[in-house]
Design a protein around this ligand. Sequence first.
Ligand SMILES: Nc1ncnc2c1ncn2[C@@H]1O[C@H](COP(=O)(O)OP(=O)(O)OP(=O)(O)O)[C@@H](O)[C@H]1O
Ligand SMILES: [Mg+2]
Length: 221
Amino acid sequence: MNDVLPRRAHLITLEGGEGAGKSTALATVRDCLQAAGCTLVVSREPGGTPLAEQLRAMVLHSSRQDDADERLHPSAELLMVFAARAQHVAEVINPALQRGDWVLCDRFTDSSFAYQGGGRGLPVDWIADLERRVVGFVPGLTLWLDVPVALGRSRVQGRGGVPDAIEREHDAFFERVHAGFAARVAADPQRFVRIDASVPLEQMVAEVTRAVNAYLAQVRR
Ligand SMILES: Nc1ncnc2c1ncn2[C@@H]1O[C@H](COP(=O)(O)OP(=O)(O)OP(=O)(O)O)[C@@H](O)[C@H]1O
Ligand SMILES: [Mg+2]
């Protein structure tokens, strides 16, 4: 699916469903890169610039129960996450990569394929077109933190806080998101490393460390 888009070797992304352990794994990846002497920028999506963070808030806090008169339409959600991504790529990711820095991002375009494509059922070719026009490249390495939906949900609930508009979705939605990620991995197996995120934390951290160090060895060969 991504065979025409160039890879950016210095861009590493973390993907997965709710509570998979992306933010936890991100700290491990950051430590590996820093230990290897890489200069890096750490960011997240949707977000990563002031404007993109405003779009994130609009997407995640839409249709709250106390303000439920207008639901965000799926295609509006897709365009808003890509509007945020356009800003993020232009303002943060491209300048960092052009400087020769590394960029580590908590979620990226694969999440749009999984959530807006798989979850919301929007056409994959539309998302692929936006990816080509707005982003124009794929990461060099993407870690897919793979966790069963119910386990991810229980971790998020254990963390407390008010669920956002996505977190309030039903399990069927998250099963489609999971299938969306699995389809992305199947379509581009060389870019992805699947991390079993259902194992105990130390084991997951060890797997992530191994994957990142293997990738660094390959890129710097
Ligand atoms: N392998 C693991 N075993 C047990 N607990 C874990 C594991 N990975 C993460 N956790 C815990 O689960 C919770 C969710 O993890 P984390 O915040 O990293 O997930 P996330 O994918 O970033 O979630 P979100 O989608 O909400 O951003 C945290 O409390 C974290 O400490
Ligand atoms: Mg997180």
